[in-house]
Design a protein around this ligand. Sequence first.
Ligand code: 13P
Ligand code: SF4
Length: 367
Amino acid sequence: MNVLEMMKQHDDMPQDYKTMSVGEMEARVRAIKEKFGERLFIPGHHYQKDEVIQFADATGDSLQLAQVAAKNDRAEYIVFCGVHFMAETADILTGDHQKVILPDMRAGCSMADMADLAQVERAWPILQELFGDTILPLTYVNSTAAIKAFVGCHGGATVTSSNAEKMVAWALTQKERIFFLPDQHLGRNTAYKLGIGLDEMAVWNPLTDSLEYKGDVKRIKVILWKGHCSVHENFTVKTIEYIRQTKPDMNIIVHPECSWEVVQQSDYAGSTKYIIETIRNAPAGSKWAIGTEMNLVNRLIQQHPDKEIISLNPYMCPCLTMNRIDLPHLLWALESLEQGKIVNQITVPSSIAKDAVQALERMLAHA
Ligand code: 13P
Ligand code: SF4
């Protein structure tokens, strides 16, 4: 199901949760967590709202959350505060005795939706025809379980923004070329950092089923799926130029889901974990313009009053699908468990999970 279909889904949460006071909701969540103890585990991605992240048992970037899910075999219920593909990953990496719950089914990811299996299955034979058996597929974890399964079944692996360099370098020891799904920017930024020229990268357009490349195709080392993050595309070279002109002493740090041009013009680029650690280790009084999701930027502003921190784009919105997970939905999911009901369980069919797990395990073995 893509974001549009997810958004159209009926929200089953009863109306009373919308009128409850924050204090009451927080107290109830605390009490349920206490009651369930280790039977309940709440992972939370860095882009989640503060009202939710305060209850997370583990916070992290996509890689860290995949790792904690794989390690935790005790929790009966994993209430995932993140988006759909992260909950799917948790379901794939946890045991059959564990149930993964997404508090709001409308929490999808528009980037993950930019590659569907039918499109990939149309692209693959065309690429095989062009390049023979020289391509290894890699997919950013921000993809559906079906895409992970396709990649796993063809010998490839998942990557996250924390380990993309390692994984692309590994992939190029396996095959001459890589097919990187679904985020063209993470793929391009990573390959470029590893010394691959832009002229050795082509773009696969899934809407026209064609390769966008000028030159001799034999030179192509990286085929980038034409997908992107609709949050990070709001950081542009113009926003950087504006900061450079108005606040020349600001350091600019961005997530590699930003375009190649933006990453090139920035001072630093890396995953959410990298951004958090860089700001934490920066000296008091240092100044930072951050190009990533707004909930995280706001949290960093609050946590580091000794540093001047702003968003690289002052008109930036948070990731709207991440924001679907709010305190009322978290409480509803937990109270349902208390009443013996499971709402919004995420289950990846075993026919898909068996191949997807291979792609994830190849990554976790290298991480
Ligand atoms: P990371 O958690 O890998 O930094 O990715 C950011 C993101 O967009 C998650 O949806
Ligand atoms: Fe998807 Fe971008 Fe939101 Fe991450 S920030 S969940 S990649 S739309």
